[in-house]
Design a protein around this ligand. Sequence first.
Ligand code: NDP
Ligand code: GUE
Length: 294
Amino acid sequence: MTILDGKKVSNDIKNEIKAEVDKMKANGEKVPHLAAVIVGNDGASLTYVGSKVRACERVGFQSTMVRLSNTTSEIELLDKIDELNKNDDIDGFIIQLPLPRQINTQKVLMAVDPNKDVDGFHPMNFGKMSLDMSTFIPATPFGILELLDRYNVETKGKHTVVIGRSHIVGRPMSILMGRKGFPGNSTVTLTHSHTKNITQITSQADIIISALGIPHFLKAEMVKDDVVVIDVGITRVPDDTEKGYHITGDVDFENVSKKASFITPVPGGVGPMTIAMLLKNTLLAREQHRLKKH
Ligand SMILES: NC(=O)C1=CN([C@@H]2O[C@H](COP(=O)(O)OP(=O)(O)OC[C@H]3O[C@@H](n4cnc5c(N)ncnc54)[C@H](OP(=O)(O)O)[C@@H]3O)[C@@H](O)[C@H]2O)C=CC1
Ligand SMILES: Nc1nc(=O)c2c([nH]1)NC[C@@H]1CN(c3ccc(C(=O)N[C@@H](CCC(=O)O)C(=O)O)cc3)C=[N+]21
């Protein structure tokens, strides 16, 4: 059994990005600039955005965190997005999800300039991804592809079962694993809360990508020997540590890992990869931005 060490690989990627940024600095070029917009005070969201800003500092990017109150109206957020779209200094930005109830998420994601949409959530970029055109790939699926790639996990001809169909993880993942090329060329089954007999489906899977957010959902009895398991789930479980909680994935790691050929841990698996790939998309955005100006 091999642990897919997202923490280590994400550090390798950040070092590679830092080397690129150092070259830009040596040439007197502007470094990539990422902005993150966060609406409200959700603890988990603040932690993630904080990690993204710290990661930017680590690789030498410029970063801006835009904090808006929980009562921000849709118009106010759209105005902010317009400002970020027009600000030539900013190469890419993200709107942290979920958004408060008064705001229509689809409308907001449509307002982001597709050239600055480093989350890859704009319909134009999602469409390009689905049509095998080069574009920003959503960071979590992109991170999973990169992990499979760097550990040379065979995906061709394999049966991949994705659990969860969210727009940010499950749905794009199901498209990407079925694309031509590597990692891809998989036969994909996309499952969700209306799926019947899920154990029968997961038992046939060569690769399982779990993104539903229910701790210990995937148990040893649900998988076959030598399965590859990617655990995207992140749930905060309250405890009596100083922090007051610990995080856990969707997979019963202790038992499933005994049957798996490759498996990601939580923490230290997909989460850190998500952040590294957001930086990679920002580097790409900077490059395209520069080419357009010349
Ligand atoms: N590591 C990382 O970088 C990231 C981690 N996450 C984590 O991944 C998890 C999923 O988040 P997200 O992708 O946003 O998904 P959502 O929370 O938006 O949706 C969950 C999905 O799981 C499906 N589902 C719920 N119950 C079942 C069930 N019993 N059997 C099968 N499918 C079920 C739902 O089905 P239906 O569509 O029918 O409701 C839905 O499609 C969360 O824990 C989140 O914190 C998310 C993003 C990045
Ligand atoms: N516009 C937008 N883009 C996103 O990419 C996005 C989002 N909204 N909303 C929420 C989800 C969630 N997400 C995570 C990123 C990093 C970790 C991460 O770094 N996890 C660490 C531990 C973190 C901890 O200790 O809490 C780990 O798994 O090792 C987790 C989850 C990005 N998301």
